[in-house]
Design a protein around this ligand. Structure first.
Ligand SMILES: NC(=O)c1ccc[n+]([C@@H]2O[C@H](COP(=O)([O-])OP(=O)(O)OC[C@H]3O[C@@H](n4cnc5c(N)ncnc54)[C@H](O)[C@@H]3O)[C@@H](O)[C@H]2O)c1
Length: 358
């Protein structure tokens, strides 16, 4: 979707990724997060910003570290395995930092997949996990396919419905390629992640028709403030004719795997900031030769890239391309951090008593 809701040099400040990593880790540690968990939480947030997923990036350190400080997030978090088989586990996120529990769940899934071909973990007692594809992507370096999903408090109406009942319930899927870029699908099951509405509001641009509606079904283009009953995001597809029942169905599927299977609760039972999560790792080598798999991935991606475009379009992409383009730019030129959020991170660092290094 082409939209004006993005950062540029006038509304953001560029910072080196390595400096962001140090700054965020130090803030998490200063509020009592153990060093290894602080490193993980910072890594996931910096990765989102490097990949251009600014809504789920470094600025979240402010709110997350406040949640640690005021006890909404338990730290150190105890991530107990509640039940387990060779290929599955139900894990508690210990009501701690969601980024840390989802990361741990995927580590366990990968270990199980190494032994048994498959690992699948459902996580309850969890908080916001950020960019959900991060965890699916952890499988790539092990020559595995990764999948990750999370369910969240209501922001999206069901198809034909007038009230928020579902989270933006995103799906992450990552599969390794050989010479081509890996395939990484990272998508909310609504037309957009709700963070993009907030970003539009802060940088003062309208949102495109199709993102959000009033309970009367009127299109909203002036980005609304806060989560309330005056508006809801549309499920992917938006209208009956364009297949809103499919985005709706996917959102419920995510709710089942993350919320019902774990027992942590489906969207409509969750408080804002809670995320119940599900991850899976599949060992490709248990199916076929990994190099052959990757060579076929390359063929598929090249054929898709070679598709003739519609008039006015430059090129056909595959999922993950926009984020890899952003990564190439941001590693070379620094990561843009929205000006207000840049100031907020610096202020937060000073407030918790660590050196301001960005
Ligand atoms: N933790 C949570 O509660 C939560 C909830 C919702 C979303 N999120 C996160 O929000 C982020 C943004 O989600 P979104 O749905 O707005 O993403 P998006 O619409 O920007 O991108 C969705 C996917 O489409 C791909 N894509 C974009 N243009 C393409 C093209 N022309 N051809 C092929 N593929 C293309 C992208 O690579 C990406 O994989 C994600 O990181 C998601 O995980 C998190």
């Amino acid at each position: 979707m082409v939209s004006k809701v993005k950062l540029n040099d006038s509304n953001s400040t560029r910072v080196r990724a390595s400096d962001l990593q140090k700054q965020l880790s130090s803030i998490f540690e200063a509020v009592g997060t153990p060093e290894d968990h602080a490193e993980i939480a910072a890594k996931v947030l910096v990765s989102a910003s490097v990949r251009g997923v600014d809504t789920h990036g470094v600025a979240n350190v402010v709110g997350y570290s406040q949640s640690v400080e005021n006890g909404v997030y338990t730290t150190p978090q105890q991530m107990d395995i509640i039940s387990e088989s060779e290929t599955t586990a139900l894990m508690s996120g210990g009501n701690g930092i969601g980024l840390v529990s989802a990361y741990r769940a995927m580590e366990i899934a990968i270990e199980k997949a190494k032994k048994h071909g498959l690992g699948m973990i459902s996580v309850r007692d969890g908080h916001h996990v950020g960019m959900v594809a991060y965890y699916a992507m952890m499988a790539l370096e092990h020559d595995m396919i990764g999948m990750s999903m999370t369910t969240a408090a209501p922001a999206v109406r069901p198809a034909l419905g007038a009230k928020k009942m579902l989270g933006t319930n995103p799906i992450g899927f990552a599969a390794p390629a050989g010479e081509e870029r890996d395939f990484v699908l990272d998508m909310a099951t609504s037309t957009v992640a709700s963070g993009k509405v907030g970003l539009a509001r802060r940088i003062g641009v309208p949102i495109p028709a199709g993102w959000a509606v009033t309970p009367e079904g009127e299109e909203i283009t002036n980005p609304p403030e806060g989560e309330n009953e005056t508006w809801s995001l549309n499920p992917l597809g938006n209208t009956r004719e364009q297949g809103s029942h499919k985005g709706y169905g996917l959102a419920v599927m995510v709710d089942i795997l993350c919320g019902v299977l774990s027992g942590g609760g489906f969207s409509n039972q969750l408080a804002r900031g809670e995320n119940m999560t599900w991850v899976m790792a599949i060992d490709i080598a248990k199916f076929r030769d990994v190099d052959d798999f990757k060579a076929m991935m390359d063929d598929m991606i090249r054929e898709l890239h070679a598709t003739p475009t519609l008039p006015g379009e430059d090129r056909v992409l595959v999922a993950g391309d926009p984020e890899m383009d952003a990564t190439d730019d941001r590693i070379a030129n620094g990561v843009p951090v929205e000006n207000g959020q840049y100031a907020a991170i610096r202020a937060r660092a000073a407030e918790v008593g660590v050196e301001v290094i960005i």
